[in-house]
Design a protein around this ligand. Structure first.
Ligand code: GAL
Length: 394
């Protein structure tokens, strides 16, 4: 009798285990447990991206040490799409002669590969979209070995404009994101699902429900301080919507593209780390200065971004162009950023009791990699458009 019971228990356990390994592997939380890190072609290469570019970037992400620092996804943005064949199967265009071979190459480097599409008939750059072919396209990407999809509203916007009401337009958008979520899940391949609809309709409130592992919260970034800071500092109040498997995405990095100085790029990295933002480099990885590599691969900054508790930080204080942001971390410490948005240096101070520490916590200056000892408060001259990033622990 006992033998029968334990045999039955074993059989039930095995059925549950088999079902779970088939189904649980597809749950969004299993992927993007921390904000995705990698590279995307758009910011630097724009429409000129091709097979050779992707291979060269994959090589450079490894040789520069970025892969080992955590940058895993090599993502092809818009302009890879070709025509559909007689059966409706989407082909890549002549810039990408063999997507499967390209994916194999990227995988052979210990990396993952991402692709781009739209729920509308055409992408922003006017290429073929997935409208009406969602399941077919998801399966094509899974067959190629794709690991990440950026799904950009773009081509659906004209159809939304023609909808009879704002509610109907919203429903059309939400339904189209759900349709692709289901199509991706049906493939059985874990594919990170990145929603790109520029933060419309407060996407952070419903992005996770439609299966998004991340969702853009803003319009496009550009390689100018004014645009980066507008986007970055506008993220206040969104922290509670992010967590393991589902992240706010204030857009890709511009570090190394040349339009900002080192202090400004340091602000970019520090703010994105406090925001638990995806870190998708957007520069040419084959032509990086040591300064750019140091900015992108700083271990302590990446550790803040990738903190396993996955709690996004938020603004805790502001006075004119000065802001203090703090992010709680898994070990009970906090990342604290003193940001100066002014074009001149400013003396700034933080009292640690104001960011939740009693007495004198231990303070480390992250970019300087310097322990400052036990302090009640900290004061520094913060460079123009710059930051002092601290890690504060009990
Ligand atoms: C925009 C998107 C950009 C880029 C571009 C490609 O809508 O926000 O990140 O993907 O489309 O056409």
């Amino acid at each position: 009798m006992n033998g029968f019971r334990s045999a039955r228990r074993l059989a039930v356990t095995m059925i549950v285990f088999t079902m779970c390994s088939a189904v649980c592997a597809q749950q969004p939380a299993a992927i993007a447990a921390t904000p995705p890190m990698g590279w995307n072609s758009w910011n630097h290469f724009n429409k000129s991206v091709d097979d050779a570019t992707i291979r060269a970037q994959a090589d450079a992400i490894v040789s520069s040490g970025m892969r080992d620092a955590g940058y895993l996804y090599v993502n092809i943005d818009d302009t890879w799409e070709g025509e559909r064949d007689a059966n409706g199967v989407l082909r890549s265009n002549s810039k990408f002669p063999d997507m499967k071979a390209l994916a194999d190459y990227v995988h052979s480097k210990g990396l993952k590969i991402g692709i781009y599409s739209t729920p509308g008939p055409k992408t922003c750059a006017g290429f073929e979209g997935s409208y009406g072919h969602e399941e077919q396209d998801a399966q094509t990407w899974a067959d190629w070995g794709i690991d990440y999809l950026k799904y950009d509203l773009c081509g659906l916007r004209d159809m939304m404009k023609a909808a009879p009401s704002p509610e109907a337009a919203h429903k059309l958008m939400v339904d189209s994101y759900i349709k692709m979520r289901d199509a991706l899940r049906k493939t059985g391949r874990p594919i990170v699902y990145s929603l790109c609809q520029y933060g419309n309709d407060a996407v952070w409130r419903w992005g996770a429900d439609v299966g998004g592992n991340l969702w853009r919260t803003t319009g496009d970034i550009s390689d100018r301080y004014a645009r980066m800071e507008t986007i970055g500092f506008s993220q206040a109040g969104l922290a509670r919507f992010a967590g393991p498997g589902h992240w706010n995405d204030p857009d890709m990095l511009e570090v190394g593209n040349g339009g900002m100085n080192t202090e400004e790029y340091r602000t970019h990295m520090s703010l994105w780390a406090i925001l638990a933002a995806p870190l998708l480099a957007g520069n040419d990885l084959t032509k990086m200065s040591p300064d750019t590599i140091a900015l992108l691969t700083n271990k302590e900054v990446i550790a803040i971004d990738q903190d396993p508790a996955g709690m996004q930080g938020d603004r805790v204080w502001a006075e004119g162009s000065m802001e203090i942001w703090a992010r709680p971390l898994a070990d009970g410490s906090k990342a604290v950023g003193l940001f100066n948005r002014h074009p001149q240096p400013i003396q700034m101070e933080v009292k640690f009791k104001d960011v939740g520490f009693a007495g004198k916590p231990k303070v480390r200056e992250v970019w300087a990699a310097k322990d400052l000892g036990a302090l009640e408060s900290f004061s520094a001259r913060v460079p123009a458009h710059g930051v002092v990033l601290l890690r504060v622990s009990k």
